[in-house]
Design a protein around this ligand. Sequence first.
Ligand SMILES: [Zn+2]
Length: 337
Amino acid sequence: MSELVSGRLRIARDLAGLTQAALARDIEVSPAAVSQFEGGAAHPSPSTLARLAEALDVPEPFLVRPLVDTHEGFFRSLRRTAVSARRHARAVAHVAHDVALHAADQGLLNARAVPRIDLQLDASVAEIEEAAARTRDAWALPVGPVGDIVGLLEQHGVTVIRLPLSTAAVDAFSLPFADHPVVVLGADKDDRARSRFDGAHELGHLVIHGEQIWGLKEVEYQAHAFAAAFLMPATEIRDQLPTSVDWARLFELKRYWQVSLAALLRRARDLGRMTPSTYLTAVKAASARGWRRSEPVPLGSPEQPRFLNDYLDTVAGQSTREFLPAHVLTEIINAAK
Ligand SMILES: [Zn+2]
């Protein structure tokens, strides 16, 4: 039997939601021993390894499977997200990555085809717009609204999962693996427009930030600006946007571009169609009507990831259950239904 891969232990522990101390108690070793296993400073004996797998409810092969690299992932709103929920979500994303690599080995996953356009932290708005336009070009997207953004990500070698409802407090995030990045969409977005924007935002990170360290305010701003430009190209939408608070027009644009009213208003302001004071009037009016929580003109259910569910249905995909925790695979499958 091979030896424990230390990074796997942390992933398994985060999946189980156990502290090092709780796990140590479960398998009757000292907390220091668990810490050393995770840090790679010590290796558990074969019998301890078996007890670890049992306590963590993962197949033993999961713990000894090579791990290319791990990512912390970046989470936007740390305030409202419990640390354990975030860690769990990150661990689920790593399992999704394992499935993706398995599919890639079978030649069933498209190669990563996400353009990389490095931008500095002080990049201009024009540079961000340009990066979004170049991404649309690279993917040969027609003019007009972007179709299924989840489908587009999957088509270009990005693995997309949706978090289960139990992690409703976790926002969208991504893990920028060099081979097959993983984009995780939040569970609480029963809102097609917001979910699409989240997908485009994460795409922005992958295009302009890649594997660089994320987590700065500027980086978030850039991903946001990228998403707006990607979904609503300036050259196409500028003249369509109203200069006044014209809700009928905005409703129509929401339906056409498949983006939220909030995103349209912001775009109208950022492209200089609306003055800052008109924008503010519109935002206040929307807020007074409760549209910040629930917008009018619903666009239907959010786009759903397909690739992993389809793959896990195949014979090859089913064989991943030999080394991946079945309950996590079920979690991934159910969240995308
Ligand atoms: Zn972000």
